[in-house]
Design a protein around this ligand. Structure first.
Ligand SMILES: [Fe+2]
Length: 196
């Protein structure tokens, strides 16, 4: 895909009132903000901003390894990103493994499944204008710089009961203070400030 072209087209027709309904500050990670550009059952378009408040976690990543309910494409609009893909490693137990069912869909959130092993399969770097595709069942994380802006095109949800998350602690991740809703003005300000 040409992520930059799709982003420019969506931005030109953006309705900030509609976008704000699904846009949040501190999305999954402190300082990582999410502006929704389009939301339909078949296709969702998102922009993630690693703002000045963003700091990588103890492993140097935006979040810990996880998979998704959907396939998606990512385009780096600004900054730099590494996409790191893992395979399960049955001979290891170096992670605390959780299943996740979204509370927004009546799920019970994170549920501990004990220990599991992961080994790194690939670790590729992407500069502005470069794209990568990820399948829903691939386990990955990203390493990004402060100031990085990512455009994501997310396809329809797969019929799966849960996603998977790998944590370096036995307790589920602390989500307090995350997911603060944006106003339409916030949406416009984020795009103007970080993507002039
Ligand atoms: Fe992800």
């Amino acid at each position: 895909m040409d992520g930059r072209l799709i982003y420019e087209n969506l931005k030109a027709s953006l309705d900030p009132v509609e976008a704000a309904k699904h846009s949040f500050f501190h999305y999954h990670t402190r300082g990582m903000h999410y502006v929704n550009l389009l939301r339909t059952p078949r296709l969702t378009a998102k922009v993630y901003f690693a703002t000045r408040e963003y700091r990588p976690n103890i492993n140097g990543w935006a979040v810990n390894p996880h998979d998704h309910a959907y396939n998606f494409d990512t385009c780096v609009l600004q900054g730099a990103a590494r996409n790191i893909i893992f395979d399960r490693d049955e001979n290891n137990s170096n992670w605390h493994y959780f299943t996740y069912r979204s509370p927004m869909a009546d799920g019970e959130g994170f549920q501990s499944q004990g220990l599991a092993g992961l080994k790194r399969r690939t670790d590729f770097a992407y500069n502005p204008g470069m794209n990568y595709h990820l399948s829903h069942d691939e386990i990955h994380t990203i390493a990004i710089d402060v100031g990085t802006v990512l455009f994501l095109l997310q396809y329809e949800d797969k019929p799966k009961s849960h996603t998977n998350f790998y944590h370096d602690l036995p307790s589920p991740p602390d989500t307090s203070g995350l997911y603060k809703p944006m106003t339409p003005h916030d949406v416009e300000r984020m795009i103007a400030e970080y993507l002039p």
